[in-house]
Design a protein around this ligand. Structure first.
Ligand SMILES: Cc1ncc(COP(=O)(O)O)c(C=O)c1O
Length: 438
């Protein structure tokens, strides 16, 4: 057995201590804990790429607004369940400024992060029509969203978009919609974990089929405008963040404060419900609640039951961040472009040592450099690669946990420190030596 930067026995013991039979199925939190344990036991620093949390300071605009709001005494008051009026107005303007879509402030509803936005959306969508009881994931995706459905006991179906890009997407999507059981379609764009960005033609297909089969689209924009191949950060000017909102009338856009504004700790996002969907009454909702529309049920029944609104001060922060972005005084994307620069350097190192990108293209274009990227190594399964890299002090999660049917790992750029590129280069030199290809 070759010497590795972390003694194999140390990693094996840490994995065994967690009772994990297949490392490819380990959750993000488990990988993090095992890496921490192996790091302490070995005294060797890990290059941590498993967690998808912001690695940058929070938006100063948000922090200042939140402090001011707290000093003004808002902490004692329950927030308006509909959301802070100025936040609703700025969110509506934000959607116009950066997506070029008209959506009334009424439909822009603060939530305790997109996580709550998807939970409330899944619940509401599955209650509209008794026949439509299933959520369809265009995967790979964010594992916790499936966990939400398990928690609420709701069905879901999923397919890996890898082999169904472009013109192939139509037939694949339709094969699920034809069952008549799909209540909503969800995907993230840019995508966690693959950083794939769906193209306009693909969004058009999703929108057209959603309209045809009367299905709601949940567009998860957790990484809003973070496709750094284009300058998406200028308000009220093209190019805009691509969106299904241009192609169907029944959608919820999930905008998060967590990544674009590095504001994850305060749990704030806005769910933007399209005007038509907001005002649509459904037999299932009328039967269950005695009245209401999608929008009013979402707010006054579901969110009210879940958390009675969203932290008051965080709403002030989000309102201020969106306002400054809308007015062009806060170039929010400039701060997070750092992730793209890191991805560029990290990918170069991995590729030079025999790795390949798993999700490597958006049709004709190479995928962008951003928050995540995906890597594979010839002849290794996701599970083997995830475990093997741990011996070299590199932690990342297997694609298996994300609904992907490809072999490889998701690597996140957010925790990489300046000194770790050389470290990674050395360790991957050794890795390649120990694992000759061919
Ligand atoms: C695709 C996706 N959706 C939603 C979220 C959660 O966002 P929030 O912090 O707003 O709940 C994340 C966070 O990692 C994500 O990657």
């Amino acid at each position: 057995m070759k010497n590795t930067p972390i003694n194999r026995a140390v990693v094996d013991q840490a994995i065994a201590a967690f009772g994990i039979a297949d490392f490819g199925k380990a959750t993000i939190r488990e990988v993090k804990a095992i890496a921490a344990q192996a790091e302490t036991a070995s005294g060797v620093e890990f290059i941590k790429m498993e967690m998808g949390v912001p690695g940058l300071p929070p938006s100063a605009v948000g922090v200042a607004a939140e402090i001011e709001a707290l000093q003004n005494g808002i902490a004692s008051l329950y927030p308006d369940i509909n959301g802070l009026p100025q936040l609703k107005i700025e969110a509506s303007r934000f959607v116009k400024a950066f997506i070029d879509v008209d959506l009334r402030p009424e439909g822009c509803v603060p939530v305790t992060g997109s996580m709550q936005g998807t939970f409330a959306s899944f619940l509401t969508c599955c209650q509209c029509d008794a026949k439509k009881d299933t959520i369809l994931f265009i995967d790979p995706g964010f594992p916790v969203q499936k966990q939400q459905l398990v928690v609420m006991g709701q069905r879901y179906e999923t397919f890996d978009v890898y082999n169904h890009r472009g013109s192939k997407l139509h037939a694949k999507l339709e094969s699920y919609l034809q069952s008549g059981r799909i209540a909503a379609i969800i995907y993230s764009n840019p995508n966690n974990p693959s950083w794939v960005c769906l193209k306009e033609e693909e969004l058009r297909t999703i929108g057209a089929l959603a309209t045809q089969y009367d299905v709601v689209v949940l567009e998860d924009l957790a990484y809003f405008a973070m496709d750094f191949r284009q300058e998406l950060g200028k308000p009220f000017a093209p190019p805009y963040q691509p969106s299904v909102a241009h192609y169907t009338d029944h959608y919820v856009l999930l905008i998060s404060g967590s990544k674009a504004f590095s504001y994850a700790g305060q749990r704030i996002g806005v769910s933007c419900i399209s005007d038509k969907l907001y005002h649509r009454a459904y037999a299932g909702l009328t039967g269950r609640y005695g009245g209401g529309t999608f929008g009013t049920v979402f707010i006054h029944r579901v969110l009210y039951a879940l958390s009675s609104g969203t932290s008051h001060s965080a709403q002030y922060a989000m309102a201020a961040m969106l306002k400054a972005a809308n007015e062009g005084t806060y170039p929010f994307l400039e701060e997070v472009k750092e992730y793209g620069r890191r991805a560029h350097r990290l990918k170069e190192i991995f590729l030079r040592h025999g790795f390949h990108l798993v999700y490597d293209r958006d049709l004709d274009d190479p995928v962008a450099d951003g928050f995540y990227f995906t890597i594979g190594y010839p002849g290794m399964s996701s599970s083997e690669l995830a475990r093997e890299l741990m011996y070299y002090g590199v932690s990342a999660i297997s694609l298996e946990t994300t609904g992907s049917s490809q072999q490889g790992l998701r690597a996140c750029t957010s925790f990489i420190g300046a000194h770790q590129y050389d470290q990674l280069d050395e360790r991957m030199t050794l890795f390649a030596e120990h694992h000759p290809v061919g």
